[in-house]
Design a protein around this ligand. Sequence first.
Ligand code: 3EB
Length: 325
Amino acid sequence: MAAVAPSCTFDKIGVPRPVGEPVLGVVEHTVRPGEPRIADGHPVLAVHSATEPGQEFAEVWPAAGPVTTGARDGITYGHDGRHLFGAARIAPTGTYAAATERLYAAVFDLVRAENYPAVFRFWAYINHINAPNAEGLEIYRDFCVGRARAVAAAGVDPAAMPAGTGIGTHGGGIVCYFLAARDDAPVNLANPRMATPHAYPAGYGPRPPVFARATAVGGRLYVSATASILGHETVHHGDISAQCLVALSNIAAVIGRDNLARHGLSRGHTLADLDAVKVYVRHREHLEPVRRICAAALSPAAALGVLQTDIAREDLLVEIEGIVP
Ligand code: 3EB
């Protein structure tokens, strides 16, 4: 039976959950990295995505019922019969492609083994994302090589890869988490204003990124980290307000009625419907202006977390992701 997919709340880190409200998984956006762990009966992943305590928050994914936890091939996971939350970490290393390929292969194996075949959202938080690896390749591109190889090796159609985030952090190698569904068939959405990542021209690295601009599943819409890109090109170099506005317009385009109709879906949404919004800002001095622009564009009721991180492309200053519940 199809089940409503989970949407997360943003809470204070460490606050115990009310009894009777089971949790599928928690992601702590914090000032230090950590290994994925099981605590209070569910997986918890600490991501070093904040630069100061004021930015910290916990992303709490509710479960539909009792949660079973497990660990397999380095992935710590929890599942409730409808959805699975998994988390893993790759320790800092000279080149990431091989470990990334192993990790994605392990994810594909795990979801098959536990019978949650439809992965519908991926996050990858990558330390030193714009720095060269031991062979001189940018670490984001190194990561993309491993992911693309795993997708090809598993026989997964790149167009079947769901919404994603590939973003910087301040420590801890690469940490990933993902969500998968048992009974729902996700629909991946293209963005009419943006190129499909797996069709990016060769100049963006040896192997292209593989993710969808958004994924519809279980009545919700998961929007990838979205930047100031038109076609495949970064626009508004150096202009934070203009980049922020293009990112928001790109999100409006992907969740809007016309785009959903193109994908056979009858709904249509605006930025006022976006919740669980995470905003990644490259430079500290842009944190406040970006928060103001986003707050003005979004519903006052939307959960909004603003983090200071590097971003997959050197020339991008801001990225925004969210969920239409
Ligand atoms: C872009 O659109 C910007 O590699 O999973 C955004 C979202 C970006 C996800 C990923 C990368 C990823 O190319 C970067």
